[in-house]
Design a protein around this ligand. Structure first.
Ligand code: UDX
Length: 455
């Protein structure tokens, strides 16, 4: 009788192609292509169907096939990304289906075994049904955020939503430990579009053949168990995906590596790294408060200021006197080699918007966080960082220089920060063990491979 491993190999040799469809935003492209790289290493052929907007660079993936489809967007921007999601779900449906039909007719030997789609592309479920292909969903945010979105209709019924006071600290008893201000809402011109998008994303995820979270059992055990009890959908937790292949291969902006040489000259554990991801933005006055908070904290800092990150400006000038006050202990870049920075021994803290990739990347390098969430899952993540895992503290009252200065000191030099550093090191070790043989993410990945081969 053939061994289990032998059977799997025999099945793989038949030729199995997985079609990936990433959502064209940095925080979504990274985990999707990391998952594709991982499954390629398990013997699958990979096709990436992608929009023209923010298209990945095929030359970084010589072993994958890339299929651009028309997204019909004359001018697209990630600024109002809810509007972008709505438009993409309408405009990509026909080109996506046509592209799949063509691939199916061309690749008789190497047939498509399943589609792995970003959760936000809900229309891919009806396309998959139509073509009788299994669809698996990748969620690039944590399980806690999925559960919060799934409860939106109930939260609306109970009057929590729409949020009347964005600063409300009233606990949401249906979703502990979240408070009203931690609910993953997103400001958009058309709130009905947002509600409908969330409803469709959740229903079409639950209609899919499987759900992959870039998350870890050790971070979200309770909530993952609830998902398994409440929804009858096979679930896989395979984080941290960035440990399988670096995010630098997918970077939409050029990473400025000069900051690494600057970090080399700093005292170990002394630098606070400041970066608010690829979409979050701020008012000009908030930039000024951030600058003076950093300057007055007396800590060395590495600050990423994305060119479009201050509302209404292409590039924001830093306040007069800032450079003089921080000379020799500050480095400002437009985009950084994020993972390399977080892994650098000089970095002792990370002031983040709590995008899920940034949060995971920080945990995996054992770096405690100062949280300033902007929208969506970032609010949920910040609450978990500060109150569940207790590896960071949240700036609760907006950006004000005195509060920033105080928070940086608490994180970087006080006992409270030291305790967070100890706790995040334990999480880092747990994340590392989850990837080893017998670890939870490793086992989940094996289950995922077997599941895909069973289609
Ligand atoms: C978005 C959402 O905002 C986030 O909440 C969601 O979980 C994923 O999609 P984004 O805001 O860009 O993502 O944040 P994040 O999830 O942290 O992803 C940013 C990615 O860009 C990270 O993988 C990070 O490594 C990379 N990055 C960031 C850089 O390469 N250089 C930088 O200077 C900053």
């Amino acid at each position: 009788m053939a061994s289990e491993g032998g059977e799997r190999q025999a099945q793989q040799e038949k030729g199995r192609r997985i079609v990936f469809f990433p959502c064209p935003l940095q925080g979504h492209i990274n985990p999707m292509l990391q998952l594709a790289t991982l499954l390629h290493s398990k013997g699958f052929s990979i096709t990436v169907i992608h929009t023209q907007f923010n298209s990945p660079n095929p030359s970084n993936y010589p072993n994958f096939s890339f299929e651009p489809i028309s997204d019909g967007l004359q001018e697209a921007s990630a600024k109002d990304f809810m509007a972008l999601f709505v438009a993409l779900n309408i405009r990509c449906e026909a080109p996506f289906r046509d592209c799949l039909v063509r691939i199916l007719s061309e690749n008789k030997r190497d047939s498509i075994v399943c589609i792995i789609s970003d959760a936000s592309f809900h229309f891919t479920q009806s396309v998959a049904n139509h073509l009788k292909l299994p669809r698996i969903v990748l969620r690039t945010s944590p399980a806690s955020c999925f559960v919060a979105f799934a409860k939106f209709p109930l939260l609306q019924q109970k009057g929590y939503l729409p949020i009347k006071d964005p600063q409300s600290k009233v606990p949401v008893s249906e979703l502990p430990p979240l408070r009203v201000k931690d609910l993953p809402t997103i400001e958009t011109k058309n709130s009905d579009d947002f509600d409908q998008l969330i409803r469709l994303v959740i229903s079409q995820t639950l209609a899919s053949s499987g759900l992959i979270f870039n998350s870890l059992d050790c971070l979200e055990q309770t909530i993952l168990t609830k998902i398994q009890q409440e929804f009858s959908i096979p679930t896989f937790t395979v984080a941290p995906l960035h440990k399988y292949s670096p995010g630098s291969s997918n970077s939409l902006l050029t990473q400025d590596s000069t900051c690494i040489a600057w970090l080399d000259n700093q005292v170990p554990g002394s630098v606070i790294y400041v970066s608010f991801g690829s979409i979050a933005d701020m008012e000009k006055q908030e930039l000024v408060e951030t600058a003076w908070g950093l300057a007055n904290s007396d800590q060395p800092f590495l600050w990423v200021i994305r060119p479009d990150s201050v509302r209404g400006l292409d590039w924001a000038e830093l306040p007069e006197g800032f450079e003089e006050k921080t000379r020799g202990r500050g480095c400002v870049v437009k985009w950084a080699p994020h993972q390399e920075v977080l892994a650098h021994p000089s970095v002792g803290g990370f002031w983040t918007h709590c995008g899920w990739n940034s949060t995971l990347e920080s945990i995996c390098e054992g770096v405690p966080m100062l949280c300033w969430p902007s929208f969506g899952d970032q609010r949920v993540n910040a609450r978990y960082v500060s109150h569940v895992w207790r590896v960071g503290l949240e700036l609760e009252n907006g950006l004000e220089r005195g509060e920033i200065e105080r928070a940086i000191r608490r994180l970087m030099v006080e006992k409270e920060g030291e305790e967070m550093r100890e706790r995040v090191k334990v999480l880092k070790e747990n994340a590392e063990s989850s990837l080893r043989k017998g670890g939870s993410s490793q086992e989940s990945l094996e289950r995922l491979v077997d599941y895909i081969l069973s289609f």
